[in-house]
Design a protein around this ligand. Structure first.
Ligand code: 13P
Length: 248
């Protein structure tokens, strides 16, 4: 049995004080009602060290939303995987469609980031997913295949133990229009099947989260699907009660 993981992705929201308050509120709700899945909160860099201090890491892990594609040195404004790790964070989200689109992160750049994250002891939530135009052209499987093969397909079974895949169709992100459970399940099954071509053992154990307008009303039904192992939640992770309902 694969465990489920519910992860929040705060994106570029919350100042430091608001972020600490939100993390504390989430932690308190989880303490009151012990989760039977793994919970992660993904925050902007500036929150990581402080949020890491205020949460109980046996209840909730902390994730960055990005890291640099270079190890260290003269890269003004960048934050390395080693720096992320030193804050107490356990995870990093890589390959989000917003990073691919707005910051031009290519599969080759992402491959480097994945390498550095794993080498520095971080686990990776690796996001893939198609745009609306690609979905309408029936290209969702081809897009997921290319994004997997471009950045993570080469990893060893040992490295795959520290990789989570998040299927996030771009047309469902922030639109209030989630993929249906059947639509998401179909792509998750494809992703798992494609990974099985490399290793059946890896395919059986890899956690594949769904992301895209997951909320407290639609999460339960999505989680009934056999290949949906949790969710990567944007907007609804900014409200502690809604996030706690998704975890529950
Ligand atoms: P929403 O849940 O706001 O659609 O965002 C999903 C997402 O991009 C999570 O990474």
């Amino acid at each position: 049995m694969r465990k489920h993981i519910v992860a929040g992705n705060w994106k570029m929201n919350k100042n430091l004080q608001e972020g600490i308050a939100l993390a504390t509120e989430i932690n308190d709700l989880l303490k009151a009602e012990k989760p039977n899945c793994e919970v992660i909160i993904g925050t902007p860099f500036i929150h990581l060290a402080k949020v890491s201090e205020v949460v109980d890491h046996s209840l909730v892990a902390v994730s960055a939303e990005n890291c640099a594609d270079k190890a260290s040195g003269a890269y003004t404004g960048e934050v390395s995987a080693e720096m992320v790790k030193s804050t107490g964070a356990e995870y990093v989200i890589l390959g989000h469609s917003e990073r691919r689109e707005y910051y031009h992160e290519t599969p080759a750049i992402l491959k480097e980031k994945v390498h550095l994250a794993l080498a520095n002891g971080l686990k990776v939530i690796f996001c893939i997913g198609e745009s609306l135009a690609q979905r309408e052209a029936g290209e969702q499987e081809a897009v997921c295949k290319a994004e997997l093969e471009g950045s993570v397909f080469h990893l060893t079974p040992e490295q795959w133990k520290n990789v989570v895949i998040a299927y996030e169709p771009i047309w469902a992100i922030g639109t209030g229009k989630s993929a249906t459970p059947a639509q998401a399940q179909a792509v998750h099954a494809f992703i798992r099947g494609h990974i099985a071509k490399k290793s059946q053992a890896v395919a059986d154990q890899v956690i594949i989260q769904y992301g895209g307008s997951v909320n407290d009303a639609n999460a339960a039904e999505l989680f009934t699907q056999p290949d949906i192992d949790g969710a990567l939640v944007g907007g609804a992770s900014l409200k502690a009660p809604a996030f706690a309902v998704i975890v529950k």
